[in-house]
Design a protein around this ligand. Structure first.
Ligand SMILES: Cc1cc2nc3c(=O)[nH]c(=O)nc-3n(C[C@H](O)[C@H](O)[C@H](O)COP(=O)(O)OP(=O)(O)OC[C@H]3O[C@@H](n4cnc5c(N)ncnc54)[C@H](O)[C@@H]3O)c2cc1C
Length: 440
């Protein structure tokens, strides 16, 4: 069994930012104690939603490192320079990179970090407690399978879990998942597998009213010219994302302390609700305008292919003759209707309040109140006193750390905070805590 003291699970933007922070710290020489494990063979940043023309909804300056260290080798600007595109990028006069370019940047970062830090094509399946003679858990065993089918095992006393959200699937759709009903996180793969004939007269349903839903409606209407697209959502209308500058300050890293220090979940919930429309169930204005234009143009031609079912709740569903039959009710009037669809895409977002299943074997050591786990300011899961390893989580503490927690805005700073917490502990254990050194 391979022993690495610090195992980081997932290699999306969060743990990549941590890998940069580690290599830029004075503790880089200890990096052979670290390993980052990722199930894919490269960094695939929401690759099933890498739709043509889709853009980053954030300034490129909020890359993995600039807010912490603008002089870093790993800035987006240095990436552009290394690709020979810096002058072209500047010439575009915008702060928005395309999602494809951002994913390319993430892979450039990965390729320029020390290769020994990474174990790719490996899926973590379980984290189990290793107890000492006194019954106290001192380490965890991380096990999984690599793409070639080999099992791997690693012992660790620190974990950093950054595996993204779990696709949210409303109950009514759950038993139909797979086949021609898939989540937006499986969108391009689902189409390739189940809808390869782009000239087919398909009836698509898209559930949800956020950014992904509207991007998917655009994509389907353009790439399946003979298809009908039914957009189904409970709200009155698609709503624009609020990107205005005063509101946007909620994404400043300093907002994390404000949220955390409130120490009152009801007030925190109120605050989250107040800022919800900066990110959730909200759509970039130019995308909304372009959809409206598209709908209007189709009305002019009398060829309406996009159908909006607002105020609509899907109450029941069955599969009949290879088609899905949906029972809808109007949330205001209660009126019921039926809709038949060939393919359903759930743009219903992600669940971020559940821990990943691979942590189940240590679930009994996780402190919970009202069935909720709690996370300290330095992103550590609060564990019982008989469990000594430290489990850090990224992207699962929106309620305590604020709305940026699942986004890119705070990554550069958060990675440093987590690194300092881990390194501080290493120093304490070796009896040599030099605060300036740890924090530099
Ligand atoms: C379509 C889309 C667009 C977005 N656009 C933006 C945007 O423009 N701006 C913004 O701020 N935020 C955006 N977000 C939010 C997004 O959450 C963050 O951008 C970012 O991806 C969070 O990074 P992460 O590393 O925490 O998680 P992820 O990016 O989800 O990465 C998690 C990684 O963990 C790996 N993994 C999962 N399970 C295992 C396992 N068991 N073993 C090994 N590896 C595992 C996955 O393969 C993945 O690589 C977007 C989200 C989506 C879905």
């Amino acid at each position: 069994m391979d022993q690495k003291r610090i195992v980081c699970i997932g290699l999306g933007p969060s743990n990549l930012a941590l890998a940069i922070a580690l290599t830029e710290s004075q503790h880089e020489r200890e990096s052979d104690e670290w390993i980052f494990i990722e199930k894919n063979d490269a960094v695939r940043w929401h690759s099933d939603m890498l739709l043509e023309g889709s853009r980053l909804q954030i300034s490129f300056l909020k890359d993995l490192v600039t807010l912490r260290n603008p002089t870093s080798f790993f800035t987006f600007i240095n990436y552009l320079k290394s690709q020979g595109r810096l002058d072209y990028f500047i010439n575009r006069g915008t702060f928005n990179a395309s999602r494809r370019e951002f994913m390319d940047y993430l892979n450039w970062v990965h390729q320029n970090l020390p290769a020994h830090l990474f174990q790719m094509s490996s899926t973590v399946e379980s984290v189990s407690p290793i107890r000492g003679l006194d019954g106290i858990v001192e380490q965890v065993e991380v096990t999984g399978t690599s793409a070639n089918g080999e099992r791997f095992r690693r012992l660790a006393d620190r974990l950093v879990v950054a595996v993204g959200g779990i696709p949210a699937v409303p109950d009514v759709f759950r038993k139909f998942r797979g086949g021609r009903l898939f989540h937006s996180s499986e969108f391009l793969t689902g189409l390739k597998t189940h809808c390869s004939d782009k000239q087919a007269h398909l009836r698509f349903g898209v559930v949800g009213s956020g950014q992904s839903a509207v991007e998917i409606i655009h994509y389907l209407s353009e790439n399946y010219p003979l298809a009908q697209v039914h957009s189904i959502f409970r709200k009155s209308a698609y709503k624009p994302a609020d990107n205005s500058p005063f509101v946007n300050e909620v994404f400043f890293p300093s907002a994390t302390d404000f949220m955390y220090n409130m120490q009152n979940d009801n007030k925190r919930r109120l605050l989250l609700r107040d800022y919800w429309q900066t990110n959730y169930a909200a759509v970039e204005m130019d995308l909304l305008e372009s959809l409206y234009e598209k709908l209007y143009a189709s009305r002019v031609c009398g060829e309406e292919r996009i159908h909006i079912h607002n105020y609509s709740e899907v109450d029941e569903m069955e599969e009949v003759n290879n088609r899905y039959k949906l029972g809808l009710s109007h949330v205001m009037t209660g009126e019921v209707s039926e809709l038949e669809l060939d393919v359903i895409v759930l743009a219903t977002g992600y669940e971020r309040t559940k821990l990943p299943a691979f942590l189940d074997p240590i679930a009994s050591y996780i402190n919970r109140s009202n069935d909720m786990f709690s996370i300290s300011r330095d992103y550590r899961l609060q564990m019982t006193s008989s469990f000594n390893p430290r489990i850090y989580v990224q992207g699962m503490s929106q309620l305590t750390h604020g709305i940026s927690d699942s986004l890119l805005s705070v990554l550069a700073m958060r990675s440093q905070e987590i690194l300092e917490s881990i390194l501080q502990l290493n120093c304490e254990e070796s009896g040599a805590l030099h605060t300036e050194e740890v924090l530099s």
